[in-house]
Design a protein around this ligand. Sequence first.
Ligand code: ADP
Ligand code: MG
Length: 289
Amino acid sequence: MRLQPEFASFEEFTLGLNSVSSVSNATARLSTMSETFAVELKSVVKRYSEILAVDNVDLTIKTGEIFGLLGPNGSGKSTTLKMLLGLVQPDSGSVNVLGVDVQKDPVAVKQQVGYVPESPRLYEFLTGIEYLDFIGDIYGMQTEEKKNRITEYLKALQLEGREGDMITGYSEGMKQKVALISAFLHRPKLLILDEPLNALDPRSARIVKDFLHKLKMQGVTTIMSTHVLEIAQAVCDRIGIMYQGRLLALGNMNELRQMSKLPDSGLEDIFLKLTGTDDIRAVVEELLK
Ligand code: ADP
Ligand code: MG
């Protein structure tokens, strides 16, 4: 089968992961390194010409933490997440993931990470099951284990019965589910999920939320950008709010309430206040004129 050239981001992600030997070498390198934290960004800057996409971000995420990255469109969330994987190189600063300097050894990082990009591009002319099978092979999974996990996840996310259809015929939500399963499949130590819940129906979003919580109990770290604030508030141990490339606020719900001087509020009000978009009523009235 001829694979489509436009799937650059996925190919970039899997680059270097396409042989079992490179995967096991990477694992060997990782296991020799100590992990005191899952992720550490130090003074990270990324610029696209005049645009300062990420502006001097410092961030440490502990192993087993579920961390939510919030922020308006264009605030630098996706760029930050891509730098964790080595898909985007920082202009300055350092990015350390699972004890590894990402710039020095991106393959070692990718082997231990499950990633769902913002707009997952799947191989549309494979069936769901073919695609997941292929992903399992990339990670060097044993046939039986791979089959069992795929079956389990297809069932949990209600894709059973559609796995033999070509991905091109799937709805956006179904594609999102396949992308999530492909990130969970090899039981990574760290999940990097870029707006993973947007296309999901409430039941599937709830299943994913509960699943992330279960993984946390097993020591898995999750970093997730999302606009679904109820879920972020319910599932995240800490939340970082980005605005114009900077990490504007960082903390658990109570700390964010204190920072925003909104002691009784939920995440939505805090977010809107901190990102300066709490003048919603005025905007809506202006639009209705
Ligand atoms: P978010 O995920 O928070 O919506 P992004 O990280 O995608 O934000 O983008 C941050 C800023 O960087 C935006 O202004 C965006 O236009 C810019 N940007 C992101 N990727 C690129 C790119 N490949 N080339 C040029 N500008 C980019
Ligand atoms: Mg984004």
